[in-house]
Design a protein around this ligand. Structure first.
Ligand SMILES: *Cc1c(COP(=O)(O)O)cnc(C)c1O
Length: 368
């Protein structure tokens, strides 16, 4: 039986990616930077309706430089969604700042505005907030943006998983001061590895590009008056990204098809509850996820699928439960813990056929 993946790279049938990569080879713009990087930045900025974008080597690097652009430094407090991948939180430590983890709510699975409000009460001197749009579902942005404005705090959106997701018609990643995207291999589109920072503050984005190219001052000799990073995206990989961007809408459509299929087939099984799709949210359905609150446990399901050569995963383990991060403060009840305990991500690979989907569903139904 062929392996069915959770979410693997899916190049366009038309070969768009190769056309851009080929052009980079033909013009010897393998490095440094070049047309693909410049155009990819413009194309992403246009897609999400942001004024500017900086193409970087990873989403993690983009979060790091967003924090730096926000002025986060040693000893500063940063509120961060606890239910996420560690890449959201690690850059807080790179900047020698202090994360305070914020719980989820059941309505969005993302940052709970009530817990955030409580955190502002406890830490009035907080420097920035990082909110995550998990599995392509938007957080409660109206409320979170309002709270950040009230407290005059910089908002960074980790939209690594939500390229193609809109909240009330506006693209995720453009509500805060900075938004970041990832083009890692398992994301909805990929450059094999890469990231993007977007913002309406063009001057700050120019600064991010400067830091990302070793902070080289305008001088013929190598001169540096600031700490630099080697965080730029390569021109070859940006070519892959430009080709992938052409099929993003197709990918979102297929992800939604996969979600609808699972919802129809599994939605009425005892104890099954799918990730929430609020009417103000147009998700990209990156990973179809559900919670199991009956006799079948996520682990049973993951194991049964594994036996059939099908990949699935538990929900992210919250940061405040991680050995590395548990010494930091956490504000909330136990929503993210419950979601972790009961949650599972189903294979959501856009290359899956209907036969593959039936195979997944049949394996799962046998457990009930
Ligand atoms: C993938 C991911 C990142 C990191 O992106 P990379 O490009 O792999 O560095 C950050 N946050 C979340 C929520 C992610 O899923």
């Amino acid at each position: 039986m062929d392996k069915i993946y959770l979410s693997s790279p899916h190049m366009s049938d038309e070969g768009f990616e190769m056309q851009y990569v080929k052009r980079a080879f033909e013009t010897n713009w393998i490095a440094p930077l070049g047309e693909n990087v410049n155009e990819f930045e413009k194309e992403i900025a246009a897609k999400v309706a942001a004024k500017a974008a900086a193409a970087l080597s990873s989403g993690t690097g983009a979060i790091h430089l967003a924090l730096k652009a926000a002025g986060v430094g040693e000893g500063d407090i940063v509120f961060c969604s606890t239910l996420t991948f560690s890449a959201t939180a690690n850059p807080i430590i790179y900047q020698n700042a202090i994360p305070v983890f914020i719980d989820s709510d059941y309505e969005t699975w993302n940052m709970c505005p009530k817990a955030l409000e409580q955190a502002f009460g406890k830490y009035p001197n907080v420097k920035a907030v990082i909110v995550v749009h998990l599995y392509g579902m938007a957080a409660n942005l109206d409320r979170i943006v309002e709270l950040c404005k009230q407290h005059n705090v910089v908002l960074i959106e980790d939209a690594a998983e939500s390229l193609g997701t809109y909240y009330k018609g506006k693209h995720t990643g453009t509500f805060g001061d900075y938004g970041i995207f990832s083009f890692n291999g398992n994301k909805i589109i990929t450059t094999s590895g890469g990231g993007m920072l977007v913002s309406d503050n063009e001057e700050r984005v120019a600064k991010v590009r400067f830091w990302a190219t070793q902070s080289r001052d305008q001088a013929r000799h190598y001169q540096h008056s600031e700490l630099g990073f080697n965080y730029r995206m390569s021109n070859v990989l940006a070519g892959i990204g430009r080709g992938q961007l052409k099929v993003l809408d197709q990918r979102v459509k297929k992800k939604k098809y996969i979600f609808d299929f699972y919802y129809r087939e599994l939605g009425s099984l005892q104890g099954v509850e799918f990730m929430p799709c609020n009417d103000w949210n147009e998700p990209n359905f990156w990973l179809s996820s559900m919670t199991l609150n009956g006799k079948v446990k996520p682990n049973d399901l993951v194991e049964a699928l594994e036996k059939e050569n099908i990949e699935s995963r538990p929900i992210w383990k919250p940061m405040h439960m991680q050995p590395f991060f548990q010494k930091f403060d956490y504000i909330g009840t136990d929503v993210s813990e419950k979601l972790f305990e009961n949650g599972v991500c189903l294979p959501s690979d856009t290359k899956m056929t209907d036969t593959d989907l039936h195979r997944v569903v049949a394996t799962i139904k046998k457990l009930w």
